[in-house]
Design a protein around this ligand. Structure first.
Ligand SMILES: *[C@@H]1O[C@H](CO)[C@@H](O)[C@H](O)[C@H]1NC(C)=O
Ligand SMILES: *[C@@H]1O[C@H](CO)[C@@H](O)[C@H](O)[C@H]1NC(C)=O
Ligand SMILES: *[C@@H]1O[C@H](CO)[C@@H](O)[C@H](O)[C@H]1NC(C)=O
Ligand SMILES: *[C@@H]1O[C@H](CO)[C@@H](O)[C@H](O)[C@H]1NC(C)=O
Length: 674
């Protein structure tokens, strides 16, 4: 009797342990597979040893085969905040942590422009993210170095003539911060340095491009920098800076003391008030830079091709237009060569095609059809009505979309049926007035193309101001706007001033992070990419694919439920395979999430591709089982005429035919994906 009880107890414990504990050896098996077959071309299930298959055949209590288990996937985003400066006390780190943790709850990844034709469109993915924070005080040696460097620079620089802020090259501070950051390698989190050194001899802010900002056209000085590697720094002592729309509009960064970047320049604050301002600053950086909204969903493609279609007025213009195509190409290829933009075996190439405007009737038609004007009143001697022209980008996009074949024929574009081809139409017009897209933009990104316009006019006053000066737009220099647009269309990277807000049900504009190293917005002049854009480019592709897998898996679960559950639909041996496949699929999804959290994008791609084999197998298992069920129902056997049952079985048949047709579509989509 006691031995039986012991046996029973043993049996219960072993079964519960085997179901709940991680399966021994599975991890090393899959790691080995990822080395042998990095593209995941083969189904790892086939070579799975039976010793691993057996534990997989138990239903998993942690990951049951339900939609809610799929919808609970959460990406953790590790952040390390370094407090630099003697004004921070030993209690600051824990206080700041508690402020941030109480302010930030997990949220879903958002999409600014989803593709779905369903209305209302869903602006989120079925994936959430959460912040994992570590705050520490930096050693005083760092703040001393920065302080010394700043003091000596400020004492040697003359007081600015025009601007009220002395300009300090960002590299002065960046080299010190970067050195400290290098010590943290290997980098497992994103490092945020908050610098607070107390007041300096004169007000200052950072310049990001060489040259004297007081002489040239407005250069926008700022107080933040985002690195090429995963770090950013904020100097609270710089400024106060203000930049944003000049007259009205969203996103102005006010001088007022309510914006956290300006917080230190207002009345003296208690440590608690200061830290709560910093918490909101870190929260803003998290939202905008670390888990940015996707501009559009971007499916994975092996081959990415950017084709520039340069439409210009004369032959001479074409080759000698002063438009540096190579600069655009180099901006991307430098990152590609540095393993910073593409995934796995993806490739990126650029091509250029010339079109003469005189030989392209459709081009002239597109321009004239899109030309619109707006009127504005200016006060000179009296109120004068000024009429200015601009191009309506949506109408231009529509004309080009409708005549794509015509454009392809004239530009001699190759017919391409593999990979993702992004056409970049650049209209180089022979007029001397300024002509912008939608009044403000040199270049506009659409999900399937980029459109840019350039005229002979060299610069124009924009509607933006920075630190008290109107910002000029160099309208002939369109390389930087093109880099930004290509990032949006090809990789779904959002501009650094745009986030989707579910609460407002619209896109919010905030220019706080749009100075320094960003290819977006009117306030920065650099076209190089920071870690923010490089990470977003790869993460967006993986998130879109992962969301697709989740949607597809939910579909198959719903179809099982529609058949009365897996026990009804599947035979016993099929049930075992279903559970094994499901557990393996779910296990791989967890690996994708964990790889993403560790910025190991290539490993995430491997597990995503590998999990596709399991998803496909689950689909075909359910499909075949539903076909067998359909056959065994014998829909058209001669009826003994209770009408109700006839109409019922006809209904069942109809439902199965529906599922059948839907299944076919599902498979097709799946095949298209990789
Ligand atoms: C995939 O499987 C086939 C046949 O089982 C084998 O010949 C091939 O080498 C495998 N490919 C990789 C990359 O492991
Ligand atoms: C407004 O001033 C312009 C010159 O600046 C002048 O040509 C025009 O006639 C004036 N219009 C009226 C209505 O006074
Ligand atoms: C969000 O706005 C769109 C159109 O602007 C509307 O169709 C949709 O119903 C709105 N959604 C919510 C939740 O208010
Ligand atoms: C993500 O998946 C959910 C369902 O899981 C779907 O409703 C949503 O439209 C998907 N989003 C995108 C951008 O594909």
């Amino acid at each position: 009797m006691p031995s039986a009880a012991v046996f029973l107890l043993l049996f219960i414990t072993t079964t519960t342990i085997s179901a709940a504990a991680p399966i021994l050896g599975l991890d090393s098996f899959l790691t080995q597979q990822s080395r042998k077959d990095p593209q995941a071309t083969n189904d790892s299930f086939i070579s799975l040893p039976s010793s691993l298959k057996k534990p997989l055949s138990h239903p998993s209590p942690r990951h049951p085969a339900t939609p809610s288990s799929l919808l609970s996937l959460q990406l953790s985003v590790p952040i390390t905040v370094h407090l630099v400066g003697s004004t921070f006390s030993s209690s600051s780190p824990s206080l700041l942590s508690s402020f941030i943790n109480s302010a930030v709850t997990s949220d879903l990844f958002h999409v600014i422009t989803p593709f779905t034709s369903t209305s209302p469109a869903t602006h989120h993915l079925s994936l959430s993210h959460s912040l994992h924070l570590d705050v520490s005080l930096s050693p005083t040696s760092i703040s001393n170095s920065i302080s010394t460097a700043l003091k000596s620079h400020l004492s040697n620089s003359p007081s600015p003539l025009r601007a009220s802020l002395s300009s300090v090259p960002y590299s002065l501070v960046d080299q010190i911060i970067k050195q400290d950051f290098e010590k943290e390698k290997p980098v497992n989190s994103i490092h945020v340095y908050i610098i607070h050194l107390g007041s300096q001899s004169k007000p200052y802010a950072y310049s990001y491009t060489p040259g004297d900002p007081s002489l040239a056209l407005t250069k926008c000085l700022g107080s933040v920098w985002t690195g090429k590697d995963r770090y950013l720094w904020i100097d609270l002592g710089a400024g106060p800076v203000d930049y944003g729309p000049a007259l009205s509009g969203d996103g102005v960064l006010p001088k007022g003391e309510f914006h956290p970047l300006a917080a230190l320049h207002g009345r003296p604050k208690s440590q608690n008030a200061l830290l709560s301002d910093l918490a909101s600053l870190v929260w803003s950086a998290y939202q905008v830079l670390l888990v940015p909204s996707l501009r559009i969903p971007v499916p994975f493609e092996n081959s990415l091709i950017v084709e520039f279609v340069h439409i210009h007025a004369s032959e001479a213009e074409g080759s000698n237009s002063g438009l540096d195509w190579k600069l655009i190409e180099r901006t991307f290829m430098d990152e590609v060569n540095d393993n910073g933009l593409l995934l796995g075996d993806q490739s990126l190439s650029f091509r250029k095609y010339d079109v003469k405007l005189s030989e392209c009737l459709i081009c002239s038609f597109a321009i004239s059809r899109a030309t619109t004007s707006y009127t504005s009143r200016y006060l000179f001697d009296n109120y004068t009505l000024i009429v200015s022209e601009y191009l309506d980008s949506k109408r231009l996009h529509q004309t080009i979309s409708e005549s794509r074949e015509e454009f392809g024929r004239i530009a001699k574009l190759p017919e391409e049926d593999f990979g993702r081809v992004l056409s970049v139409y650049v209209f180089d017009l022979d007029v001397s007035t300024t002509l912008l897209l939608d009044r403000y933009h040199q270049s506009v990104a659409f999900k399937d193309m980029v459109i840019a316009v350039r005229t002979k006019s060299s610069h124009t006053v924009s509607d933006y101001s920075c630190n008290g000066h109107q910002v000029f737009t160099q309208v002939r220099e369109i390389e930087r706007p093109l880099v930004g647009s290509i990032l949006q269309s090809m990789w779904g990277v959002s501009p650094t001033h745009m986030v989707w807000s579910p609460r407002h049900n619209s896109t919010l504009v905030d220019y706080t992070w749009s100075v320094g190293q960003t290819p977006f917005g009117p306030f920065s002049e650099t076209s190089s990419l920071s870690f923010v854009q490089k990470d977003a480019a790869r993460r967006n592709v993986l998130l879109t694919s992962l969301n697709y897998s989740i949607t597809s898996a939910i579909d198959v679960l719903e179809s099982i439920a529609a058949h009365g559950g897996d026990r009804k639909l599947l035979k016993r041996n099929q049930q075992t395979e279903f559970r094994q496949r499901w557990n393996l699929f779910r296990y791989k999804l967890d690996k994708v999430i964990s790889a993403l959290s560790h910025f190991d994008f290539d490993m995430a791609l491997y597990y995503l591709r590998s999990s596709d084999h399991d998803l496909y197998a689950i689909h075909s298992l359910v499909y075949h089982a539903s076909q067998e069920l359909e056959a065994s129902l014998v829909c058209f056997k001669d009826p003994p005429f209770p009408w109700t049952s006839v109409s019922m079985s006809a209904g069942v048949c109809f439902a199965l035919i529906y599922v059948y047709s839907k299944r076919d579509k599902l498979f097709q989509n799946k095949r298209k994906q990789f």
